[in-house]
Design a protein around this ligand. Structure first.
Ligand SMILES: Nc1nc2c(c(=O)[nH]1)N[C@H]1C(S)=C(S)[C@@H](COP(=O)(O)O)O[C@H]1N2
Ligand SMILES: [Mo]
Length: 338
């Protein structure tokens, strides 16, 4: 049945240095993920990506239809070249749908994103559950063209559509005890094959959780995104609502959020829980602090053109947003708090 050799997968994934390849603590490794897949796991459509056929998106994958959004366009950003839409929506990390780069687009199209509610609770005077689709039409959306730098050393430039997280959180009146914000992705093993099976899900303990310090959450660059390239998000990019924090590694940008909880203490985060020596809570993009298994000094920019047009470029401190955010960390040793 399976005619392609799993070795091809190991090869292509090696080029993208997947987060799932962490070898620490005797947890599931990339190798066992592959073994698990080739053993033929129930219910999951084995993707072509698992066998290394495409690395940076492809033209023949169908993504669910998306709705056009109304928004204030971003001023042109002269020094940024956009990653083509097709690549943004076919080269993804969303381990709930598998660890291969095209697994999310292949396995997430049935995700039921409507209706969708988001609960804001914890250290707030006015906790509430909001209807995300109603929110989208009420809140006043804007476009933000941001660099996106994955910890795996590839990057994109994406025209997101969303709104400032800080403005949104103020509606719920954070108390003086609110020091951190904890986020949670949908937990629904019936819809998410990676939550049903540890091998498919890359060994992450679901639901996927993330967190920000309160000042990071309130920073005007931090947004909740509901769309990209003028339309609602496709499931593989975290529909209907996900976090975008442009100066941090991509894994902070938690997808398909159902809960936001304001808390007093630093909350656990999925990748830190999995390998705390490799992934810190802060995860600020920092070319001077290497990942234990690879350099973070440069990145492969996924831009226009074919696979071989991928361009190697220097990684910028705070992903190029240092002027806006460096002051948040002025008194911190960023080697220690990576
Ligand atoms: N729930 C959830 N959110 C997630 C992930 C995930 O596996 N599950 N992957 C993260 C990683 S590693 C990255 S790089 C970005 C990728 O976002 P994109 O696919 O929209 O480019 O999503 C982040 N958010
Ligand atoms: Mo990532």
């Amino acid at each position: 049945m399976l005619i392609k050799s799993p070795a091809r997968s190991a090869l292509s994934e090696g080029q993208t240095t997947p987060e799932s390849a962490y070898a620490s603590k005797g947890r599931v490794s990339r190798r066992s993920v592959i073994t698990g897949l080739s053993a033929g796991l129930g219910g999951l459509a084995l993707s072509r990506s698992a066998f290394g056929l495409d690395l940076f998106g492809s033209d023949d994958r169908e993504s669910a239809p998306r709705k056009p959004l109304q928004f204030t366009p971003h001023k042109p950003v002269p020094d940024l070249v956009l990653t083509p839409e097709k690549k943004v929506i076919t080269h993804n990390n969303f381990y709930e749908f598998g660890t291969g780069k095209t697994d999310p687009v292949e396995n997430s199209q049935g995700l039921k994103t409507e209706p969708w509610t988001l609960t804001v609770e914890g250290e707030v005077a006015k906790p509430a559950t909001v209807d995300v689709w109603k929110l989208m039409s009420d809140i006043g959306l804007e476009e933000r063209i941001y660099r996106m730098r994955c910890v795996e050393a590839w990057s994109m430039v994406i025209p997101w559509i969303g709104f400032e997280l800080g403005k949104f959180l103020k509606r719920f009146e954070p108390t003086s005890r609110a020091k951190y914000v904890a986020f949670e992705t949908l937990y629904d093993p019936e819809q998410m094959p990676g939550q049903r099976n540890r091998y498919v899900g890359g060994g992450v303990d679901y639901p996927y959780v993330e967190g920000l310090r309160m000042d990071e959450a309130m920073h005007p660059l931090t947004i909740l995104s509901v769309g990209l390239y003028g339309k609602t998000l496709p499931p593989q990019n975290g529909a209907p609502i996900r976090l975008v924090v442009p100066w941090k590694y991509g894994f902070k940008g938690i997808k398909s959020i159902v809960k936001i909880r304001l808390v007093e203490k630093m909350p656990p985060t999925s990748w830190n829980r999995l390998a705390s020596n490799e992934y810190g809570f802060y995860a600020n993009v920092n070319p001077a602090v290497d990942h234990p298994r690879w350099s973070q000094a440069s990145e492969r920019f996924i831009g226009p053109g074919g696979l071989f047009a991928v361009k190697r470029q220097k990684t910028l401190p705070f992903n190029g947003y240092g002027e806006e955010v460096a002051s948040l960390y002025a008194d911190m040793d960023l080697r220690k708090f990576f």
